[in-house]
Design a protein around this ligand. Structure first.
Ligand SMILES: [Fe+2]
Ligand SMILES: [Fe+2]
Length: 231
């Protein structure tokens, strides 16, 4: 297995590191998660974007993309949920516009901003589509981040279905096979907290979008829950 933390390489990914150290961008990321917490949503802060960024890097590096493309993809992944600060509704589109403004202000050329905002604006189910390799990797990385530590509600008695499902996921791994023909999302779900049916109730649309995104990357998408192949 390759190094999962390729995003830490400052020489390979200069834009990503410059953006990650931008004060304003970090303020918006922190602030948007306060809104998610206030409306009872799961965690969308640095832990979430960290997982998404790592997975985007893993997918595109494994598939042999060039460093510049990966640099743009890591940047899109880190900023992808910034639009939640405006409103959860249409946050992918508002986030893309915010990213445009912030990156333009940093002097990033249009040729580099375009693929980033295209991916951010297409990362959410409902209206997002895998319109590029970066967008496809971002969709899979984002929709596969289900885990116990995303639950922000302190009172287990007040858990909604999203909290229950996230709380029940004790392990989540994403892996591309050696032949680069398939990508697998392997989940361990503790069914004491949520039935597997609940997972599908809230994530079916997301998993179908993952399949579409995988197809864009010429990969089959497989979902394995508790050792059982579901898709
Ligand atoms: Fe999002
Ligand atoms: Fe996200």
């Amino acid at each position: 297995m390759m190094d999962k933390n390729i995003q830490n390489d400052t020489d390979r990914f200069p834009l990503f590191h410059r953006m990650k150290n931008n004060h304003e961008i970090n303020v918006y990321i922190k602030e948007q998660n306060r809104s998610m917490d206030a409306i009872g949503y799961t965690e969308h802060s640095f832990a979430h974007i960290g997982v998404v960024t790592e997975r985007v890097g893993y997918i595109l590096d494994t598939l042999g993309m060039d460093d510049h493309t990966i640099d743009l993809a890591l940047t899109a992944a880190w900023m992808h949920d910034i639009g939640n600060i405006v409103n959860r509704e249409n946050h992918s589109q508002s986030g893309a516009l915010m990213a445009f403004y912030l990156l333009d202000k940093m002097g990033v050329p249009a040729e580099d901003i375009a693929p980033i905002i295209r991916a951010i604006g297409n990362h959410d189910e409902g209206n997002g589509m895998p319109v590029s390799s970066i967008a496809a990797a971002l969709i899979i990385a984002d929709k596969s981040d289900v885990r116990r530590s995303r639950v922000q509600c302190d009172d287990i008695g007040k858990y909604d279905i999203h909290d229950r499902v996230n709380y029940s996921v004790t392990s989540s791994r994403l892996k591309i096979n050696q032949g680069h023909t398939a990508i697998k999302l392997k989940l361990e779900i503790n069914t004491r907290f949520s039935e597997i049916g609940e997972y599908f109730e809230i994530f079916m649309e997301r998993m179908l979008l993952c399949r579409k995104a995988a197809e864009f990357l010429n990969l089959e998408f497989h979902l394995i829950i508790n050792e059982q192949t579901m898709m």
